[in-house]
Write a protein of this length. Structure first.
Length: 457
Protein backbone atom coordinates (compact mmCIF):
# COMPACT_ATOMS: atom_id res chain seq x y z
CA UNK A 1 0.00 0.00 0.00
CA UNK A 2 1.48 3.31 -1.04
CA UNK A 3 0.24 5.49 1.77
CA UNK A 4 1.14 4.26 5.20
CA UNK A 5 0.96 1.38 7.62
CA UNK A 6 -2.11 1.05 9.80
CA UNK A 7 -1.96 1.87 13.50
CA UNK A 8 -2.61 -0.86 16.03
CA UNK A 9 -5.56 -0.42 18.40
CA UNK A 10 -6.26 -2.75 21.26
CA UNK A 11 -7.66 -2.72 24.78
CA UNK A 12 -10.39 -0.62 26.41
CA UNK A 13 -9.88 3.09 26.96
CA UNK A 14 -7.69 3.89 29.92
CA UNK A 15 -5.84 0.55 29.97
CA UNK A 16 -2.10 0.60 29.42
CA UNK A 17 0.39 -2.16 28.77
CA UNK A 18 3.41 -2.75 30.97
CA UNK A 19 5.65 -0.90 28.51
CA UNK A 20 3.83 2.37 29.25
CA UNK A 21 7.08 4.21 28.84
CA UNK A 22 6.85 3.58 25.13
CA UNK A 23 3.84 5.93 25.09
CA UNK A 24 1.41 3.49 23.49
CA UNK A 25 -2.32 4.10 23.72
CA UNK A 26 -5.18 1.62 23.53
CA UNK A 27 -8.87 2.18 22.82
CA UNK A 28 -11.69 -0.35 22.82
CA UNK A 29 -12.61 -0.69 19.11
CA UNK A 30 -16.33 -1.11 19.87
CA UNK A 31 -16.38 2.10 21.88
CA UNK A 32 -14.38 3.87 19.21
CA UNK A 33 -16.92 2.90 16.55
CA UNK A 34 -19.63 4.52 18.68
CA UNK A 35 -17.45 7.60 19.16
CA UNK A 36 -16.89 7.93 15.41
CA UNK A 37 -20.63 7.64 14.79
CA UNK A 38 -21.23 10.41 17.31
CA UNK A 39 -18.56 12.63 15.75
CA UNK A 40 -19.98 12.03 12.29
CA UNK A 41 -23.49 12.82 13.46
CA UNK A 42 -22.39 16.08 15.08
CA UNK A 43 -19.78 17.39 12.64
CA UNK A 44 -20.74 15.99 9.25
CA UNK A 45 -24.05 17.86 8.77
CA UNK A 46 -22.44 21.22 9.63
CA UNK A 47 -19.35 20.63 7.52
CA UNK A 48 -21.40 19.39 4.58
CA UNK A 49 -23.90 22.25 4.81
CA UNK A 50 -21.26 24.98 4.92
CA UNK A 51 -19.40 23.49 1.95
CA UNK A 52 -22.68 22.98 0.10
CA UNK A 53 -23.47 26.64 0.74
CA UNK A 54 -20.02 27.70 -0.48
CA UNK A 55 -20.13 25.76 -3.71
CA UNK A 56 -23.76 26.68 -4.32
CA UNK A 57 -22.95 30.39 -4.13
CA UNK A 58 -19.91 29.89 -6.35
CA UNK A 59 -21.42 27.74 -9.09
CA UNK A 60 -24.91 29.23 -9.39
CA UNK A 61 -23.47 31.53 -12.04
CA UNK A 62 -23.79 28.56 -14.41
CA UNK A 63 -27.51 28.23 -13.63
CA UNK A 64 -28.31 31.92 -14.07
CA UNK A 65 -26.37 32.25 -17.32
CA UNK A 66 -28.99 30.23 -19.17
CA UNK A 67 -31.77 32.26 -17.50
CA UNK A 68 -31.11 35.65 -19.06
CA UNK A 69 -28.55 37.23 -16.74
CA UNK A 70 -26.19 38.20 -19.56
CA UNK A 71 -28.94 40.06 -21.40
CA UNK A 72 -30.01 41.96 -18.27
CA UNK A 73 -26.50 43.16 -17.39
CA UNK A 74 -25.55 43.72 -21.06
CA UNK A 75 -22.65 41.24 -20.99
CA UNK A 76 -21.11 39.06 -23.70
CA UNK A 77 -20.15 35.39 -23.52
CA UNK A 78 -16.48 36.42 -23.34
CA UNK A 79 -17.18 38.74 -20.39
CA UNK A 80 -19.05 35.91 -18.69
CA UNK A 81 -16.01 33.64 -19.10
CA UNK A 82 -13.87 36.37 -17.56
CA UNK A 83 -16.28 36.62 -14.62
CA UNK A 84 -15.95 32.87 -14.04
CA UNK A 85 -12.15 33.04 -14.19
CA UNK A 86 -11.70 36.20 -12.12
CA UNK A 87 -13.14 34.47 -9.06
CA UNK A 88 -10.00 32.33 -8.85
CA UNK A 89 -7.61 35.30 -8.92
CA UNK A 90 -8.46 36.10 -5.29
CA UNK A 91 -9.33 32.51 -4.43
CA UNK A 92 -5.83 31.17 -5.03
CA UNK A 93 -4.23 34.21 -3.35
CA UNK A 94 -5.84 33.70 0.05
CA UNK A 95 -5.91 29.89 0.39
CA UNK A 96 -2.49 29.33 1.96
CA UNK A 97 -2.65 32.25 4.45
CA UNK A 98 -6.09 31.09 5.61
CA UNK A 99 -4.86 27.53 6.18
CA UNK A 100 -1.86 28.70 8.22
CA UNK A 101 -3.93 31.16 10.30
CA UNK A 102 -6.75 28.75 11.14
CA UNK A 103 -5.41 27.59 14.51
CA UNK A 104 -4.59 31.12 15.67
CA UNK A 105 -7.98 32.55 14.69
CA UNK A 106 -9.80 29.30 15.63
CA UNK A 107 -11.89 27.30 13.14
CA UNK A 108 -15.23 28.59 14.41
CA UNK A 109 -14.31 32.28 14.07
CA UNK A 110 -12.65 32.09 10.66
CA UNK A 111 -15.26 29.80 9.09
CA UNK A 112 -18.35 31.63 10.35
CA UNK A 113 -16.91 35.06 9.43
CA UNK A 114 -16.05 33.97 5.91
CA UNK A 115 -19.49 32.42 5.51
CA UNK A 116 -21.30 35.63 6.53
CA UNK A 117 -19.27 37.79 4.13
CA UNK A 118 -19.72 35.54 1.10
CA UNK A 119 -23.43 35.19 1.91
CA UNK A 120 -23.89 38.96 1.83
CA UNK A 121 -21.86 39.14 -1.38
CA UNK A 122 -24.15 36.55 -2.98
CA UNK A 123 -27.23 38.54 -1.99
CA UNK A 124 -25.73 41.76 -3.41
CA UNK A 125 -25.05 39.94 -6.70
CA UNK A 126 -28.82 39.79 -7.13
CA UNK A 127 -28.84 43.60 -7.42
CA UNK A 128 -26.07 44.18 -9.98
CA UNK A 129 -26.83 45.94 -13.27
CA UNK A 130 -23.59 45.72 -15.24
CA UNK A 131 -20.58 43.51 -15.82
CA UNK A 132 -18.43 45.60 -13.48
CA UNK A 133 -20.72 44.70 -10.60
CA UNK A 134 -20.41 41.01 -11.47
CA UNK A 135 -16.61 41.25 -11.60
CA UNK A 136 -16.53 42.96 -8.17
CA UNK A 137 -18.77 40.41 -6.46
CA UNK A 138 -16.86 37.49 -7.97
CA UNK A 139 -13.55 38.87 -6.68
CA UNK A 140 -14.95 39.31 -3.15
CA UNK A 141 -16.57 35.88 -3.28
CA UNK A 142 -13.26 34.29 -4.28
CA UNK A 143 -11.38 35.95 -1.41
CA UNK A 144 -13.95 34.78 1.16
CA UNK A 145 -14.40 31.23 -0.09
CA UNK A 146 -10.64 30.69 -0.44
CA UNK A 147 -10.16 29.75 3.19
CA UNK A 148 -13.10 27.39 3.52
CA UNK A 149 -11.86 24.17 1.95
CA UNK A 150 -8.31 24.10 3.38
CA UNK A 151 -9.67 25.03 6.83
CA UNK A 152 -12.38 22.37 6.75
CA UNK A 153 -9.87 19.81 5.55
CA UNK A 154 -7.44 20.70 8.35
CA UNK A 155 -10.28 20.54 10.86
CA UNK A 156 -11.02 16.99 9.74
CA UNK A 157 -7.38 16.05 10.38
CA UNK A 158 -7.83 17.36 13.95
CA UNK A 159 -10.77 15.00 14.48
CA UNK A 160 -10.04 11.84 12.46
CA UNK A 161 -7.09 9.52 11.98
CA UNK A 162 -5.49 9.29 8.56
CA UNK A 163 -7.13 5.94 7.78
CA UNK A 164 -10.52 7.56 8.51
CA UNK A 165 -10.04 10.67 6.41
CA UNK A 166 -10.84 9.70 2.81
CA UNK A 167 -14.43 8.93 3.72
CA UNK A 168 -14.82 12.28 5.52
CA UNK A 169 -13.10 14.29 2.79
CA UNK A 170 -15.45 12.54 0.38
CA UNK A 171 -18.33 14.24 2.21
CA UNK A 172 -16.93 17.61 1.12
CA UNK A 173 -16.64 16.61 -2.52
CA UNK A 174 -20.06 15.00 -2.37
CA UNK A 175 -21.30 18.44 -1.40
CA UNK A 176 -19.67 19.76 -4.56
CA UNK A 177 -21.76 17.29 -6.54
CA UNK A 178 -24.87 17.76 -4.42
CA UNK A 179 -24.58 21.54 -4.73
CA UNK A 180 -24.94 21.00 -8.46
CA UNK A 181 -28.00 18.80 -7.96
CA UNK A 182 -29.50 21.03 -5.29
CA UNK A 183 -28.50 24.14 -7.23
CA UNK A 184 -30.15 22.83 -10.37
CA UNK A 185 -33.33 21.96 -8.47
CA UNK A 186 -33.35 25.24 -6.56
CA UNK A 187 -32.64 27.25 -9.70
CA UNK A 188 -35.47 25.46 -11.48
CA UNK A 189 -37.83 26.43 -8.62
CA UNK A 190 -36.61 29.99 -8.17
CA UNK A 191 -36.68 30.73 -11.89
CA UNK A 192 -40.43 30.21 -11.65
CA UNK A 193 -40.42 33.44 -9.59
CA UNK A 194 -39.39 35.40 -12.67
CA UNK A 195 -41.28 38.70 -12.52
CA UNK A 196 -42.36 38.43 -8.86
CA UNK A 197 -42.18 41.97 -7.41
CA UNK A 198 -40.74 43.00 -10.75
CA UNK A 199 -37.54 41.02 -10.11
CA UNK A 200 -35.99 38.67 -12.68
CA UNK A 201 -35.80 34.98 -11.78
CA UNK A 202 -32.00 34.86 -11.89
CA UNK A 203 -31.86 37.64 -9.28
CA UNK A 204 -34.06 35.60 -6.96
CA UNK A 205 -31.57 32.72 -7.29
CA UNK A 206 -28.80 34.88 -5.82
CA UNK A 207 -30.95 36.51 -3.14
CA UNK A 208 -32.53 33.31 -1.78
CA UNK A 209 -29.33 31.26 -1.91
CA UNK A 210 -27.44 34.06 -0.11
CA UNK A 211 -30.03 34.12 2.68
CA UNK A 212 -29.70 30.33 3.01
CA UNK A 213 -25.94 30.72 3.48
CA UNK A 214 -26.36 33.21 6.34
CA UNK A 215 -28.37 30.60 8.25
CA UNK A 216 -25.52 28.13 7.70
CA UNK A 217 -23.03 30.64 9.16
CA UNK A 218 -25.01 30.62 12.41
CA UNK A 219 -24.90 26.80 12.45
CA UNK A 220 -21.10 26.93 12.09
CA UNK A 221 -20.72 29.42 14.96
CA UNK A 222 -22.86 27.49 17.40
CA UNK A 223 -22.17 23.92 16.25
CA UNK A 224 -18.45 23.69 15.47
CA UNK A 225 -16.26 23.50 18.62
CA UNK A 226 -12.82 25.10 18.52
CA UNK A 227 -11.33 22.06 20.27
CA UNK A 228 -12.97 18.78 19.15
CA UNK A 229 -11.68 17.01 22.28
CA UNK A 230 -13.88 19.28 24.43
CA UNK A 231 -17.00 19.19 22.29
CA UNK A 232 -20.19 19.76 24.26
CA UNK A 233 -21.84 16.56 23.00
CA UNK A 234 -19.09 14.23 24.31
CA UNK A 235 -19.27 12.61 27.74
CA UNK A 236 -16.25 12.26 30.04
CA UNK A 237 -15.22 8.84 28.69
CA UNK A 238 -15.51 10.01 25.07
CA UNK A 239 -13.40 13.09 25.81
CA UNK A 240 -10.77 10.79 27.29
CA UNK A 241 -10.86 8.68 24.12
CA UNK A 242 -10.45 11.83 22.03
CA UNK A 243 -7.38 12.79 24.06
CA UNK A 244 -5.92 9.31 23.51
CA UNK A 245 -6.66 9.56 19.79
CA UNK A 246 -4.85 12.90 19.72
CA UNK A 247 -1.89 11.32 21.50
CA UNK A 248 -1.85 8.49 18.95
CA UNK A 249 -1.91 10.99 16.10
CA UNK A 250 0.86 13.01 17.71
CA UNK A 251 3.18 10.01 17.44
CA UNK A 252 3.17 10.30 13.65
CA UNK A 253 2.11 13.95 13.24
CA UNK A 254 4.74 15.49 15.50
CA UNK A 255 4.51 18.95 17.07
CA UNK A 256 1.66 21.34 16.27
CA UNK A 257 3.65 24.45 17.25
CA UNK A 258 4.36 26.91 14.46
CA UNK A 259 7.87 26.71 13.05
CA UNK A 260 9.09 28.33 9.82
CA UNK A 261 11.26 25.26 9.29
CA UNK A 262 8.07 23.23 8.75
CA UNK A 263 6.87 25.72 6.14
CA UNK A 264 10.19 25.44 4.33
CA UNK A 265 10.10 21.64 4.58
CA UNK A 266 6.67 21.58 2.94
CA UNK A 267 7.88 23.81 0.11
CA UNK A 268 10.84 21.49 -0.54
CA UNK A 269 8.75 18.29 -0.58
CA UNK A 270 8.39 16.81 -4.11
CA UNK A 271 5.07 15.21 -3.08
CA UNK A 272 3.56 18.69 -2.82
CA UNK A 273 4.33 19.51 -6.45
CA UNK A 274 3.22 16.16 -7.80
CA UNK A 275 0.02 16.48 -5.80
CA UNK A 276 -0.48 20.09 -6.91
CA UNK A 277 -0.07 19.22 -10.58
CA UNK A 278 -2.52 16.33 -10.25
CA UNK A 279 -4.98 18.63 -8.49
CA UNK A 280 -4.61 21.23 -11.25
CA UNK A 281 -5.45 18.67 -13.93
CA UNK A 282 -8.38 17.23 -11.99
CA UNK A 283 -9.73 20.67 -11.08
CA UNK A 284 -9.96 21.62 -14.76
CA UNK A 285 -12.67 18.97 -14.93
CA UNK A 286 -14.20 19.89 -11.58
CA UNK A 287 -14.68 23.59 -12.32
CA UNK A 288 -15.47 23.22 -16.00
CA UNK A 289 -18.05 20.49 -15.42
CA UNK A 290 -19.71 21.95 -12.31
CA UNK A 291 -19.97 25.47 -13.75
CA UNK A 292 -20.85 24.75 -17.37
CA UNK A 293 -22.91 21.54 -17.23
CA UNK A 294 -26.20 23.48 -17.68
CA UNK A 295 -24.69 25.22 -20.72
CA UNK A 296 -23.38 21.90 -22.11
CA UNK A 297 -26.88 20.43 -21.80
CA UNK A 298 -28.47 23.48 -23.38
CA UNK A 299 -26.12 23.01 -26.33
CA UNK A 300 -27.79 19.58 -26.73
CA UNK A 301 -31.01 21.51 -27.59
CA UNK A 302 -32.63 21.26 -24.15
CA UNK A 303 -34.51 24.39 -23.03
CA UNK A 304 -33.57 26.58 -20.04
CA UNK A 305 -35.53 24.64 -17.42
CA UNK A 306 -34.56 21.22 -18.81
CA UNK A 307 -30.88 22.17 -18.88
CA UNK A 308 -31.13 22.91 -15.15
CA UNK A 309 -33.15 19.95 -13.88
CA UNK A 310 -31.35 17.40 -16.08
CA UNK A 311 -28.15 18.20 -14.17
CA UNK A 312 -29.67 16.87 -10.93
CA UNK A 313 -29.32 13.08 -11.52
CA UNK A 314 -25.84 13.58 -13.00
CA UNK A 315 -24.61 15.31 -9.85
CA UNK A 316 -26.30 12.78 -7.57
CA UNK A 317 -24.58 9.96 -9.47
CA UNK A 318 -21.26 11.77 -9.05
CA UNK A 319 -21.81 11.95 -5.28
CA UNK A 320 -22.80 8.27 -4.99
CA UNK A 321 -19.85 7.03 -7.02
CA UNK A 322 -17.45 9.16 -5.02
CA UNK A 323 -18.77 7.92 -1.67
CA UNK A 324 -18.34 4.32 -2.80
CA UNK A 325 -14.81 4.78 -4.14
CA UNK A 326 -13.76 6.79 -1.06
CA UNK A 327 -15.04 3.97 1.14
CA UNK A 328 -12.95 1.48 -0.84
CA UNK A 329 -9.94 3.80 -0.57
CA UNK A 330 -10.21 3.90 3.23
CA UNK A 331 -10.98 0.18 3.40
CA UNK A 332 -7.83 -0.83 1.52
CA UNK A 333 -5.69 2.24 2.37
CA UNK A 334 -4.93 2.81 -1.31
CA UNK A 335 -5.30 6.20 -3.01
CA UNK A 336 -3.60 6.63 -6.39
CA UNK A 337 -4.88 3.49 -8.15
CA UNK A 338 -8.47 4.40 -7.30
CA UNK A 339 -8.04 7.82 -8.93
CA UNK A 340 -6.60 6.14 -12.03
CA UNK A 341 -9.60 3.78 -12.09
CA UNK A 342 -12.12 6.63 -11.82
CA UNK A 343 -10.33 8.68 -14.49
CA UNK A 344 -10.80 5.88 -17.03
CA UNK A 345 -14.56 6.49 -16.90
CA UNK A 346 -13.97 10.20 -17.41
CA UNK A 347 -11.74 9.60 -20.43
CA UNK A 348 -14.43 7.46 -22.06
CA UNK A 349 -17.07 10.08 -21.21
CA UNK A 350 -15.21 12.99 -22.77
CA UNK A 351 -14.41 10.94 -25.88
CA UNK A 352 -18.15 10.28 -26.29
CA UNK A 353 -18.97 13.98 -25.82
CA UNK A 354 -16.49 14.86 -28.56
CA UNK A 355 -17.26 12.15 -31.10
CA UNK A 356 -20.96 11.22 -30.82
CA UNK A 357 -23.85 13.22 -32.29
CA UNK A 358 -26.82 11.59 -30.53
CA UNK A 359 -27.88 13.68 -27.55
CA UNK A 360 -28.99 10.65 -25.52
CA UNK A 361 -25.50 9.14 -25.73
CA UNK A 362 -23.90 12.50 -24.94
CA UNK A 363 -26.12 12.87 -21.88
CA UNK A 364 -25.07 9.36 -20.76
CA UNK A 365 -21.46 10.47 -21.22
CA UNK A 366 -21.93 13.18 -18.59
CA UNK A 367 -22.57 10.42 -16.03
CA UNK A 368 -19.23 8.82 -16.91
CA UNK A 369 -17.48 12.17 -16.64
CA UNK A 370 -19.04 12.80 -13.22
CA UNK A 371 -17.18 9.81 -11.75
CA UNK A 372 -13.77 11.30 -12.57
CA UNK A 373 -14.82 14.88 -11.83
CA UNK A 374 -15.35 14.30 -8.10
CA UNK A 375 -13.21 11.27 -7.23
CA UNK A 376 -9.95 12.72 -8.55
CA UNK A 377 -9.66 15.95 -6.53
CA UNK A 378 -11.01 14.38 -3.33
CA UNK A 379 -8.85 11.25 -3.16
CA UNK A 380 -5.78 13.19 -4.30
CA UNK A 381 -6.20 15.62 -1.40
CA UNK A 382 -6.54 12.76 1.10
CA UNK A 383 -3.42 11.22 -0.40
CA UNK A 384 -1.50 14.38 0.49
CA UNK A 385 -3.08 14.59 3.97
CA UNK A 386 -1.86 11.18 5.06
CA UNK A 387 1.68 11.63 3.77
CA UNK A 388 2.67 15.01 5.26
CA UNK A 389 3.09 15.96 8.94
CA UNK A 390 3.20 17.78 11.38
CA UNK A 391 0.32 20.29 11.44
CA UNK A 392 1.94 23.42 9.99
CA UNK A 393 3.84 21.47 7.35
CA UNK A 394 0.53 19.91 6.34
CA UNK A 395 -1.28 23.28 6.52
CA UNK A 396 1.30 24.82 4.21
CA UNK A 397 1.19 21.86 1.83
CA UNK A 398 -2.60 21.78 1.69
CA UNK A 399 -2.81 25.53 1.11
CA UNK A 400 -0.21 25.46 -1.67
CA UNK A 401 -1.68 22.32 -3.24
CA UNK A 402 -5.12 23.91 -3.31
CA UNK A 403 -3.65 27.14 -4.69
CA UNK A 404 -1.99 25.24 -7.53
CA UNK A 405 -5.12 23.19 -8.14
CA UNK A 406 -7.55 26.07 -8.09
CA UNK A 407 -5.70 28.07 -10.72
CA UNK A 408 -7.46 25.54 -12.95
CA UNK A 409 -10.60 27.58 -12.37
CA UNK A 410 -9.05 30.41 -14.36
CA UNK A 411 -8.39 27.98 -17.22
CA UNK A 412 -11.86 26.41 -17.02
CA UNK A 413 -13.52 29.79 -17.40
CA UNK A 414 -11.67 30.43 -20.66
CA UNK A 415 -11.94 27.06 -22.40
CA UNK A 416 -15.73 26.73 -22.13
CA UNK A 417 -16.64 29.73 -24.25
CA UNK A 418 -19.15 28.84 -26.94
CA UNK A 419 -21.39 25.87 -27.76
CA UNK A 420 -20.86 22.99 -28.40
CA UNK A 421 -17.84 23.42 -26.10
CA UNK A 422 -15.46 21.17 -28.02
CA UNK A 423 -12.45 23.18 -26.83
CA UNK A 424 -13.43 22.73 -23.17
CA UNK A 425 -14.18 19.03 -23.51
CA UNK A 426 -10.96 18.41 -25.47
CA UNK A 427 -8.93 20.27 -22.86
CA UNK A 428 -10.57 18.26 -20.07
CA UNK A 429 -9.79 15.00 -21.88
CA UNK A 430 -6.16 16.02 -22.24
CA UNK A 431 -5.97 17.02 -18.57
CA UNK A 432 -7.24 13.58 -17.56
CA UNK A 433 -4.59 11.84 -19.65
CA UNK A 434 -1.79 13.97 -18.17
CA UNK A 435 -3.18 13.36 -14.68
CA UNK A 436 -2.95 9.60 -15.21
CA UNK A 437 0.78 9.91 -15.89
CA UNK A 438 1.34 12.16 -12.87
CA UNK A 439 -0.57 9.81 -10.56
CA UNK A 440 1.51 6.85 -11.74
CA UNK A 441 4.68 8.88 -11.07
CA UNK A 442 3.50 9.78 -7.56
CA UNK A 443 2.58 6.17 -6.74
CA UNK A 444 6.10 5.10 -7.67
CA UNK A 445 7.69 7.98 -5.74
CA UNK A 446 5.72 7.38 -2.52
CA UNK A 447 6.39 3.63 -2.67
CA UNK A 448 10.11 4.36 -3.08
CA UNK A 449 9.99 6.72 -0.08
CA UNK A 450 8.24 4.13 2.05
CA UNK A 451 10.80 1.46 1.10
CA UNK A 452 13.65 3.79 2.10
CA UNK A 453 11.97 4.49 5.46
CA UNK A 454 11.50 0.76 6.04
CA UNK A 455 15.17 0.12 5.24
CA UNK A 456 16.26 2.82 7.72
CA UNK A 457 13.92 1.42 10.40
Amino acid sequence: MEDHKSEKIGAPVGERSSNEAENEFYIDPAKEVKLLAKLDLAFTPIIMLVYLSCFLDRSNIGNVKVAGMLTDIHATDQQFSTAVSIFYATYVTFETPAAILMKKLTPRVILSTLCVVWSLTTIFTGFIHNIGGLYATRLILGACEAGLFPCLNLYLTMVYRREEQAKRVSYLFCCTALSGAFGGLLAYALLQMDGVSGVAGWRWVYIIEGLFSIVIALAVWFGLPTDPTKAWFLNAEEREMMRFRNAQRAEYLGSDKFDWAEVRAAIRDPKLYLSGLIQFMQDILLYGFSTFLPSILKAMKYDTLQSNYLTIPVYIWGAISFLFIAWLSDRYQIRGPFVIFANIFGIVGYILLLTVDKNGVKYFATYLCAIAVYVGPGINLTWLNVNIAPHYRRATAIGLQQTMGNTAGIVAGQIYRTAPYKLGNSFSLGALCVSQLLIAAKVLYVRRENRLKDDIA
